[in-house]
Design a protein around this ligand. Structure first.
Ligand code: FAD
Ligand code: AMP
Length: 480
């Protein structure tokens, strides 16, 4: 390693490793410091997303969905699968294999791009120096012209529900259960709670109870979409209890008992396992020495401007540790932007078009403004909704629940938001993202030809519905 690098990246999650790769592509001599170790104690890149986040959760969601299909749905297709059974050990091994392949892939990319990957914990010092402490406690100091901080986030813990008891786990623990819990409790009905609840319900948990402090379900989503999601997920056996704040927990033999407040009333519930999924916090404790004078906000997020510059010249911060949604793709795009800025190019992230997805069944996805946000500011808009029950492809798939909704400015027709619930909405949302990124209108989508039969046609129909002319459904929401 050269004494002084062009760039030191702290963190090799989707924000940091992407930043490092783009820096290297742009000819910058790049070092990436990361302290993640796998269950065997070996350093691995990939951060939360690859090791205990996006990838393992989607692996289990996929496997558990196949299980449910084999158990309950193939018969409708005339496919008779008798004696279907669950091999959880194999399912977990598959998940771990996928994680291993992908993290090794990042290590290969580092090598191919001549990125110096330094395992250990990095701390920002003054004057763009970084002290790295390795697992044996040894330290060394590196310096660079530019530093990119990408330390990511950690699960929020509740004082009232300590993880010390073996029955109580965070999202990482919930991805690694070796038995299906009979009665599962989840604190927090956010994205992670719903995805994990879906996995274990599908795999056979007799009850899955989600306790959510807020009175509104998925308040960040479009209200119509959130209501539909709540109805469909409840029908699958997810017992979602809103306005229910967990205040204490205690072990009772091999089980855990919690107490929660619902308005004035206090209730208790007993579970075999309890997942704490109440959000994530920036992993910024001891990231910077006092002498570095790095600015944080009151939640521990690193203070940055629109282009991820911190208060220190040449020091940038990206990903979950800065403002904005805690999403892998948002961090990766910030990583690319910062690398290009360092290389002297013009770059920015379009924060108006960050897609959000909940990988339940059906999937929920959205981008841009919600209908309630537009109403709150008195915006003049038109909405087009197309129910998937009217899609030939959705029916052929046996997935008729859900809808596609597009929102467009009444005067200019510019797309303002898209809200979807249905099969493959994690993919369908990209159509709306691209249209919005290009400054498109509902008319642009209406004039585009889509293959038949496909789910994408429903986006086309929703665009037609904005103008009250959907071809395959009766206009429920006539334009005002
Ligand atoms: P991280 O991925 O957290 O990586 C940060 C890395 O930096 C880690 O390796 C950490 O060990 C290391 N590090 C921290 N501090 C230091 C230091 N001082 N020195 C050295 N190394 C350090 N997002 C999605 O977009 N889609 C999903 O489907 C999705 N599913 C999720 C499911 C679960 C169960 C969870 C928990 C999260 C999920 N997320 C998902 C969120 C996603 O994982 C994060 O948004 C993403 O990982 C953030 O990337 P990052 O690079 O900012 O941080
Ligand atoms: P998210 O931030 O999307 O992962 O969601 C976490 C959810 O946990 C939020 O909706 C919080 O309202 C909820 N939450 C936080 N603390 C508690 C608590 N003590 N009891 C129940 N729900 C909680």
């Amino acid at each position: 390693m050269s004494a002084k690098a062009d760039v030191i990246v702290i963190g090799a999650g989707p924000a940091g490793y992407v930043a490092a790769i783009r820096c290297a592509q742009l000819g910058l001599n790049t070092v990436c410091v990361d302290d993640w170790v796998d269950p065997q104690g070996q350093p691995v890149p990939g951060g939360t997303c690859l090791n205990v986040g996006c990838i393992p959760s989607k692996s289990l969601l996929e496997s558990s969905e196949r299980y449910v299909q084999a158990l309950h749905e193939l018969g409708d297709h005339g496919v008779i699968a008798s004696s279907v059974s669950l091999d959880l050990e194999r399912m977990q091994a598959r998940k771990q294999r996928i994680v291993g392949e992908l993290t090794q892939g990042i290590a290969q990319l580092f090598k191919a791009n001549r990125i110096d990957w330094v395992p250990g914990r990095g701390q920002l010092l003054a004057e763009r120096c970084v002290r790295v402490t390795d697992s044996a406690g040894g330290t060394r100091e590196l310096s660079a012209d530019h530093i990119i901080l990408a330390p990511g986030s950690l699960p929020v813990q509740l004082d009232a529900v300590p993880l010390a008891a073996p029955q109580v786990v965070d999202s990482s623990g919930a991805l690694a259960f070796t038995e299906v819990p009979r009665h599962l409790g989840i604190i927090g009905a956010g994205v992670i709670g719903l995805e994990l609840g879906s996995v274990w319900r599908r795999l056979g948990a007799e009850s899955v109870t989600l306790l959510e402090a807020q009175a509104e379900f998925l308040p960040m989503a479009d209200t119509q979409t959130a209501r539909e999601a709540q109805r469909l997920l409840r029908a699958q056996g997810l017992d979602i209890r809103l306005a229910s704040r967990v205040v204490s927990s205690q072990s009772v033999g091999a089980k855990v008992e919690i107490r929660y407040q619902e308005g004035e009333a206090e209730h208790s519930a007993v579970f075999d396992k309890l997942i704490v999924a109440v959000g994530r916090r920036p992993n910024t404790e001891s990231l910077a020495a006092d002498a570095a004078t790095l600015l944080f906000d009151e939640w521990g997020l690193i203070h940055v401007d629109e282009q991820c510059r911190t208060n220190l010249p040449g020091v940038y911060a990206i990903g979950d540790a800065v403002r904005g949604p805690m999403l892998a793709h948002k961090g990766s795009e910030e990583g690319v932007m910062v690398a290009e800025l360092i290389a002297g190019k013009a770059a920015k992230v379009n924060y108006e078009t960050v897609p959000s997805v909940i990988y339940t069944r059906p999937e929920v996805a959205w981008v841009g403004q919600t209908e309630q946000a537009l109403q709150a500011v008195g915006a003049d808009y038109r909405a087009g909704v197309f129910p998937l029950a009217a899609s030939g492809r959705a029916r052929a798939m046996g997935e008729r629940d859900g809808f596609i909704k597009l929102l467009a400015d009444r005067a200019t027709d510019r797309l303002l938001g898209a809200h979807m619930i249905g099969p493959h909405c994690s993919e369908l949302i990209a159509e709306a993202v691209i249209a919005m990124q290009l400054g498109g209108s509902s008319e642009d989508l209406a004039l585009t030809m889509f293959a038949h039969p496909s789910l994408s046609e429903s986006v086309h129909e929703a665009a037609l519905a904005v103008d009250g002319r959907a071809l395959h459904s009766m206009a429920k929401r006539r334009p005002r």
